[in-house]
Design a binder for this molecule. Structure first.
Ligand SMILES: [Zn+2]
Length: 256
């Protein structure tokens, strides 16, 4: 691709992303630059295009913070500007900040908030990377525990309830087995009061198990569907062993 001139010029102000990093990113005119060093003689910051060795473009700015101005440019990019990449980084950083300052906010909510102002182009790009970014950030800060790899784990309190404080974990055989029923493994039943009520009023109830979609450490993932007139809802049960009887499920789930 032929690029005749840069989309920025001396005097333009840069926007700084990842400002807490050792090497922040400067964004201007749809391009991104990584901080390199401060020139000793002038105190000016020296930034390389994020394409690194592949692209020779360089800018100098009078500072390392947002609203610093370009004081010199060198070379022309050998690639087109990518406003979407710039916007994406801004959005990811926003997501990270939001996730760490609001530990109770679900990943889905964080994504909803940060994408609310995103361009259609960026939104249609999908948010799966964003979800991963947020989860990584939380794991780094130990706000969100890693996904368990076996059935031997304690369910963290923040996942035990719905947003209104009502229970979401309806039964966990590792802690709630008050009748001391012989259970070969672990059963976790997830749902809400609302879905249980709907189940109680259902005209039809159906259930189906899946082995391939079971979480690590569990053998089966079992969903119960209820139908009331034309409304269909579901609640979910995770079984560790496949030889569990639906009778146990009934006792601990439906009759809760
Ligand atoms: Zn470049």
């Amino acid at each position: 691709m032929d690029i005749d001139e840069n989309t920025y010029a001396i005097g333009d102000r840069v926007r700084i992303s990842n400002e807490t990093y050792k090497k922040p990113i400067a964004q201007v005119g749809g391009y991104e630059f990584k901080w390199s060093h401060e020139a000793q003689s002038t105190g000016h910051s020296y930034w390389n295009c994020v394409n690194g060795a592949k692209c020779p473009a360089v800018i100098y700015t009078d500072g390392k913070t947002s609203d610093s101005s370009i004081v010199q440019t060198k070379q022309i990019h050998n690639h087109a500007p990518d406003p979407l990449a710039v916007e994406n980084r801004v959005m990811r950083n926003h997501g990270r900040r939001l996730a760490s300052s609001n530990p109770q906010l679900s990943t889905r909510r964080v994504i909803a908030q940060v994408t609310a102002t995103a361009s259609d182009a960026l939104r249609s790009n999908g948010t799966s990377n964003l979800a991963r970014t947020i989860r990584r950030q939380r794991q780094r800060e130990r706000l969100e525990p890693p996904v368990p790899r076996t059935a031997e784990f304690e369910i963290p309190n923040q996942y035990k309830t719905m947003e209104d404080g009502s229970p979401f974990v309806l039964h966990d055989s590792s802690t709630d087995n008050i009748d001391d029923i012989q259970i070969d493994g672990r059963i976790v039943i997830l749902g809400s009061r609302e879905t249980l009520e709907m189940l109680a009023n259902a005209t039809n109830i159906g259930g189906d198990g899946s082995f391939s979609r079971a979480p690590l450490g569990f053998t089966q993932f079992y969903s119960i569907f209820h139908q009331f007139l034309f409304l269909i809802g579901m609640f979910i049960c995770v079984l560790q062993m496949m030889n569990q009887e639906l009778g146990i499920l009934t006792k601990h789930g439906i009759e809760l």
